[in-house]
Ligand binder design. Structure first.
Ligand SMILES: O=c1ccn([C@H]2C[C@H](O)[C@@H](CO)O2)c(=O)[nH]1
Ligand SMILES: [Zn+2]
Length: 166
């Protein structure tokens, strides 16, 4: 993919293309940015904040949580989304914001892209903010092309699962 455009922090115009008001966009960025302060990252010292804007327009945030057994650590995106899911938000997410302390912006890792694929619409925008609030925005389907999701699995009792003796 060609290098995506980096929008300056004072340009919120792409947000309206995705149905977000300027205030919602600003709140998404503020929330994801402030969520970095919640990170537990003594090993990498790499703070990440993530915020999910739900279908009911709630902002649910999380941060990365590391572990002395390094691979056990969890990314900000999965922390925030799991929090949203257990609070009852499982579909219709309107936007995702991710904030780091680097520039250009970081993008969600492959595991988080697939984790989001379960709950977040493919057309949902993911705003990736750099250390200064400048950003790249891409839809989930652009971050995860030809993705595998729940629709591809046969429902229990449907043909397809039977071959596996289920
Ligand atoms: O999109 C990303 C990329 C990395 N991390 C975390 C994982 C680890 O704690 C630290 C360094 O990889 O940043 C996230 O939370 N989200
Ligand atoms: Zn991740």
């Amino acid at each position: 993919m060609a290098q995506p455009k980096i929008y300056p922090s004072n340009d919120s115009s792409p947000a309206s293309d995705f149905g977000l008001s300027p205030t919602e966009f600003t709140t998404l960025r503020t929330s994801a940015t402030q969520a970095k302060a919640l990170a537990y990252c003594p090993y990498s010292r790499f703070r990440v904040g993530a915020t999910f804007l739900t279908s009911s327009s709630d902002f649910i945030e999380g941060a990365n949580v590391e572990n002395a057994s390094y691979p056990v650590g969890t990314c900000a995106e999965r922390v925030a989304l799991a929090k949203a899911v257990v609070e009852g938000h499982t579909e219709g997410f309107r936007a995702v914001g991710v904030s780091t302390d680097i520039s250009p912006p970081a993008s969600p890792c492959g595991m988080c892209r697939q984790f989001m694929r379960e709950f977040v619409p493919l057309e949902c925008p993911i705003f990736m903010f750099d250390k200064d609030g400048n950003y790249v925005v891409l839809k989930l389907e652009q971050l995860l092309p030809m993705s595998f999701g729940p629709d591809q699995l046969p429902q229990p009792g449907e043909a397809g699962a039977q071959g596996a003796g289920l």
